[in-house]
Structure formats: structure tokens, C-alpha cells
Design a protein around this ligand. Structure first.
Ligand code: GRG
Length: 300
């Protein structure tokens, strides 16, 4: 039987080790050596802490096609590096202006703003270098497909574009569809890319890829809705109110629009959608099933 706790802990451990090994002077050198301060800031922004859910999704989607977990690690590493870069940049004064991330000072607090910008840039850039390496997949066509998938998820039509819409929403009232679109891009696009990259590693046919895309889109919505619910319920000051840190910062969420009870009902429905998208897959999709359920029940 699939054990979510064991698999997610194993994935997080493997990811942390691979990331730590990659983020050394040797791994990062180009025509010249990477500056120590830059390497330290990249390590600060990506190692220690983090649930490593996106690499887990890559691994779980790949498992449907019997891809061994270690073969899914480089693609998972690339997605996690993009995720960590987005958090480093999201914390900057020009964005959310946060002082703490994963229980530690944010990169611009521990170093300085310019270093945090550059550390995020370098994490993003090297993510694609990881995908280009032959150990990511022996077939260069698959590696190219992985690069295109991650770029689409991370770029202007995905995460970065969603962040732009989120910023625009601070001065415009969004419709519910606009909130959902912004969230599908900002948070959902990288979750979608993670699942699809696992499917690409496994050589999924178009039908399987489309079913897994439907799963990923629902899972991404569930993840964001749970995040918005936690924003309200996990903080003692806002407990029971439909205003958490994000809502107070002017961010529009489905919780601030519907209220907590309706948001919780919606979350259950979305998790149901994610699970039904997996109905043609057998027990090998139990990992993805467990993650969708975890998204709805997580406490951090
Ligand atoms: C700045 C280009 C750019 C993009 C920022 C991802 C993002 C877009 C902003 C993060 C803000 C945020 C808290 C969004 C809510 C959803 C989310 C991505 C939460 C953090 O992801 P987790 O819970 O984090 O997987 P860990 O720390 O476990 O990796």
C-alpha cells in the first residue's frame, strides 16, 4: 500500500541531497567561477525547509509509467529550483516584502536585495541546465520537451504571468473567474508542469497526458484554495474571519470572496475532481491520489 509520509520524506531527502550537491562551486561554474556570496545566497534560498511537493508530483506521475524514482529526480530538482527562485523573488520588497521564509530570514534579509535578485536569477537559469543534462533523460527529444514544459509553466503565460495578474488585482476588483485564472497561473502552472514532466519522463500517450493534466489542474486549485484557507485559519489573530495575511495585504482569494465554509466545500469538490481524473489509472496512481488528499488536509 502507498505510504505518503514515507514517500514524501524520501523524496524530500533525495531532493535536498541532490540540490546541495548541485549548488557547489563546481556544479555552477560557467566560463568563470561562481562567486561564493552568490552560491551561499542560492543555498540559503533553496536548502533547509520546504515540503518539496513539486518534485514529489514529478516522481508520482512518473511512477504511473514505472519510471524508477531516481530517474525522476533531475526533473524534480529543476522544478524545485524554479519554485525556490519564485519564493526568493516573491519575498523581495518590490513584491511581498517578507522577512521570514521557511522559518529563516528571507534571502534579501540575510544578504541584500541585489544578491537576492541574482540568487533567484541563477536558480532559475540553472534549472534549465539541469534539464539539459543527459542524466535527466537519455532521449534528447524528451529533454527538450521537459525544457519547453517547465518554461511554459514558469513564464508569462504561467507563474510569472500569474504574479503579474496578482499585482494588478491589488488595484482592481477581480471577478471569481479572474481570481481563479490568476491562481491557476501563479500557483497552478508549476504544479501542472510538475505532473506533466513526470508523464513526459514516462512517455505518456496523449490520452494519459490529458488525464494527468486534468488531475494537475484540479490539484493546483486544491493546493491554492487550501493555502488561502490556511492563511485565515492558521493565524490566531484571524482565526474564524475571512481575512488572513494575504487578504489584509489586498490580495483577492476565493476565501475572501466565498467565506470559509463555502471554500471548504469547494475544496472537497475539487479534490473529488482530481481523483476522478485518475480513474483510468490503477494503483500506480495512488501516490498522486494521496497528494491530492494531502493538499486538502495539510496544516502548513
Ligand atoms: C515572483 C516570479 C514570481 C513568482 C511568485 C509562487 C509565487 C509566485 C509566489 C509565492 C507566494 C505564495 C505564498 C503563494 C501561495 C502558494 C505557494 C506557492 C506557496 C508556497 O509553496 P509551498 O507550500 O512552499 O510548496 P514550500 O516552502 O513547502 O516549498
Amino acid at each position: 500500500m502507498y505510504d505518503f509520509s514515507a514517500d514524501s520524506a524520501d523524496c524530500a531527502g533525495a531532493l535536498e541531497a541532490a540540490l546541495s550537491e548541485y549548488l557547489t562551486g563546481n556544479g555552477l561554474s560557467g566560463p568563470g567561477p561562481a562567486a561564493d556570496r552568490l552560491i551561499e545566497a542560492m543555498r540559503h534560498g533553496s536548502l533547509a525547509g520546504g515540503k518539496r511537493l513539486r518534485p514529489l508530483l514529478v516522481r508520482q506521475a512518473a511512477a504511473i509509467f514505472s519510471v524508477p524514482r531516481e530517474r525522476a529526480l533531475p526533473a524534480g530538482l529543476a522544478v524545485e529550483m524554479v519554485h525556490c527562485y519564485s519564493l526568493v523573488h516573491d519575498d523581495l520588497p518590490a513584491m511581498d516584502d517578507d522577512n521570514v521564509r521557511r522559518g529563516r530570514p528571507t534571502v534579501h534579509r540575510a544578504y541584500d536585495e541585489a544578491t537576492a535578485i541574482l540568487a533567484g536569477d541563477a536558480l532559475l537559469t540553472h534549472a534549465f541546465a539541469v534539464l539539459a543534462r543527459p542524466d535527466c533523460h537519455p532521449d534528447p527529444a524528451v529533454r527538450v520537451a521537459l525544457v519547453a514544459e517547465l518554461a511554459a509553466g514558469a513564464g508569462a503565460g504561467g507563474m510569472v504571468g500569474g504574479q503579474m495578474r496578482d499585482i494588478e488585482g491589488e488595484s482592481t476588483r477581480f471577478s471569481e473567474i479572474e481570481i481563479a485564472t490568476m491562481q491557476a497561473m501563479k500557483t497552478g502552472a508549476l504544479i501542472r508542469a510538475s505532473v506533466r514532466m513526470g508523464a513526459l519522463l514516462g512517455g505518456a500517450d496523449p490520452r494519459a497526458l490529458s488525464a494527468l493534466t486534468a488531475y494537475a489542474e484540479a490539484a493546483g486549485r486544491a493546493f491554492q484554495l487550501a493555502d488561502d484557507i490556511l492563511d485565515v485559519t492558521a493565524s490566531p489573530e484571524t482565526m474564524g474571519k475571512a481575512t488572513g495575511k494575504d487578504a489584509e495585504a489586498g490580495k483577492q482569494t476565493l476565501v475572501s470572496r466565498y467565506g470559509l465554509d463555502e471554500a471548504r466545500r469547494l475544496l472537497d469538490r475539487i479534490v473529488g475532481e482530481a481523483l476522478s481524473a485518475l480513474r483510468t489509472f490503477g494503483p500506480r496512481a495512488d501516490g498522486l491520489r494521496a497528494t491530492a488528499r494531502y493538499f486538502a488536509s495539510r496544516e502548513k
